[in-house]
Every structure is written in C-alpha cells, then in structure tokens.
Design a protein around this ligand. Structure first.
Ligand code: PHE
Length: 341
C-alpha cells in the first residue's frame, strides 16, 4: 500500500496540464467517487490496525497535497492563458488602428512661411522669449517714453524692469545683427507676449515671423518684390499687394502690407469688410540708427525688415474667425488642417 501511495504522490507532483479541462479530468481521476485516491481510502479501511496510524497519516497528507496542487494547477493554467491572449495569437488579424496626432494649424502655417522664405535664401534664427530692454526696445530705436514700454503692453518681470517677455521677434533680428556680418538674410519665428485683453482677434500670447535682409544696395523695390513673392506663394498666384504708409520706430520708411482678398478676388466681402484687401504684415527699411546700434555700418549697408502674426495668416488662409480656437486645443478643431493625415 505504501508503494501505491508514493506512486500516486509522484504522479500528482509530475502532472503538467495545459488547459483547464485537463486539470478537471485529472481531479476526477484521482479524487472523484471512483478516483484512485478514493479507492485507496476504501482499501485503507481493510488493512491491519497496527498499520493504520502510519498509513492513515500518509494518505491524509497525499489527499491534502493533491487538493492543493489541483487548485494551484487551475490558477497556473488560467494565468498562462491570459498571457497568451495578449501575445500575438492570430497573425492574420488586421492590426489595431493607432490614432495619429495631427500638426497644429499654427505649426503648419509657420512651416509653410519658413519654406517660402527658405526658397529666397533665408535661414531661420532663434532667440530667447525672456528678453532684456535693449534687444526688444532700445536697440530698435524705441525712445524711452514710447508707449509700447508701458505696463499695458509689455509683461515685465516685476523685480527687474529690464527683464521682460519679448513683444515681438525683432529682438532676434537684433541678436543676429550683433553676431553676424552682412549679408544677413534671416527669418525669426517665435512666440511673443503682449499684455492684451483676450478676444476673437487678440491674445496675450501669439506667434510671429519676422524677416531681416541686410546687404549693400538693398532697396525698397527689393522689399516689395520679396513680399509680393511671399503673398503669391502663400495666398495664390493671383494675389496682389499694396503698401500703406505706416510707422515703426525701427524702420524708415515703414508700411503696412495688404494682400488682395483671396475669398472675393478683391470684389469686397465680409472677411475683407468690403475693401477687397486684407492686412497681413508690417515692413520697412531698417532705420540707420538700428544698424548702428548693432554695430553695422549704415553708410555701407542697408536693409529691410518685415513682421507678421502667424495666427492672422492662418485665420485668413483657413477662414477661421476666432483666434482663441488656436489656443483651446480642441482636437476636433485641430484635426481639420493636417492634410498629411
Ligand atoms: N515688429 C513689428 C511688430 O511686432 C513688425 C515689424 C517688423 C514691422 C519689421 C516692420 C518691420 O508689430
């Protein structure tokens, strides 16, 4: 009998089921009404009383061990099954559709503008968002009492009024002029900050792209032609531009650039407010004071600069009427613009 007990113990120890049904079959075979262990226990009733103590203990141990082992086996088989399900079980099943993000409309337009100017030989220049008075105002010929220095427009760092958030990316142009020798041809994309009330047409954070071209004999006609090229590339080949006199401390003469409304082809609609023209940027010939402030000889060199708001260009291109949508980041809005999806 002891042999039978040891034999059965060994078989329970060595049994390795693959699926739950195998465990159940095994349980019935050993512990069921007619199972091998049940039969052993019947046999046990008939053995000599002096052997009962020792064998009874062994049979009990075997029974407990078998029951525990079967419970463990069930859990093991279950765990293995779950592991397999997460692995690739069917190689022919179509892959799950991973949701791709889309490029933000501001990035799309920014990249497009950069590409247009890259074709004219402009390279991208970068600079810090937290700036000092010199690079944002003083080097750009802003007189000390200029209203743009007022708290209303500029975010100053309170403890040090010399440190502020740049209100335009012209600060990058100053940094470029300070470190590079002409000829200079750069565009300066970046975030700018102005202390303005948020509305459908203004935000305290927005994006600008400014450009600077400095060389010998650069003329107003060069500027006009470069901007016309940009307008045609950005708004379509039929686009026309017109320049209106304007004022910026850092350019002289200065102008505002309008592009012919591409929605009504200049006839007048509610987007161009009946005028047939849309304002897209400011520009002008770099003031000699600005060149000199950055160490460039204004007798030898001249140049032009221009600057535009990326949100504004994007609104005009996409027909978006509320600038705030660009900042709310509702994916239903954002996903409409990325044609690569
Ligand atoms: N810096 C001007 C602005 O922020 C734009 C500009 C740049 C105008 C260059 C003229 C020349 O409004």
């Amino acid at each position: 009998m002891i042999e039978k007990i040891n034999n059965l113990l060994k078989r329970v120890e060595e049994f390795k089921p693959n699926v739950t049904t195998e465990v159940e079959e095994f349980r019935i075979k050993i512990l069921g009404k007619k199972g091998e262990l049940t039969q052993l226990m019947d046999e046990f009733k008939t053995i000599a009383p002096e052997l009962k103590r020792e064998l009874g203990q062994k049979i009990n141990e075997l029974k407990n061990f078998t029951q525990n082992r079967i419970n463990e086996m069930k859990e093991e088989v279950e765990a293995a099954k779950q592991g397999n399900e997460s692995a690739i079980d069917d190689m022919t099943r179509p892959g799950s559709n991973d949701k791709l993000g889309s490029r933000h409309p501001i990035s799309i337009v920014k990249n497009e503008i950069i590409e247009i100017f890259a074709r004219l030989g402009y390279t991208v220049a970068d600079g810090p968002e937290i700036e000092d008075d010199w690079h944002v105002f003083s080097a750009l010929n802003f007189p000390p009492e200029h209203p743009a220095r007022d708290m209303q427009d500029t975010f100053f760092v309170e403890k040090n009024p010399d440190i502020l958030l740049r209100t335009h990316t012209s600060s990058i142009q100053v940094r470029t002029m300070e470190t590079q020798k002409p000829p200079i041809r750069v565009i300066c994309p970046g975030r700018v900050f102005r202390n303005e009330a948020i509305s459908y047409r203004a935000h305290c954070i927005f994006h600008q792209i400014e450009g600077l071209y400095i060389d010998e004999n650069v003329s107003f006609a060069d500027m006009k032609q470069s901007i016309l090229y940009f307008a045609k590339e950005c708004f379509g080949d039929a686009s026309k531009i017109r320049l209106r006199p304007s004022y910026f401390p850092f350019t002289e003469p200065s102008a505002e650039v309008d592009v012919s409304c591409n929605l009504c082809n200049g006839k007048g609609c509610n987007v161009c407010k009946g005028t047939g023209w849309l304002e897209i940027m400011g520009c002008g010939m770099v003031d000699p004071n600005v060149l000199e402030a950055s160490g460039i000889d204004s007798k030898k060199y001249s140049g032009f600069a221009f600057g535009m708001g990326v949100e504004r260009i994007a609104m005009l291109k996409f027909g978006v009427k509320d600038l705030r949508l660009y900042f709310e980041n509702d994916v239903r809005f954002l996903q409409q613009f990325d044609s690569s999806l």
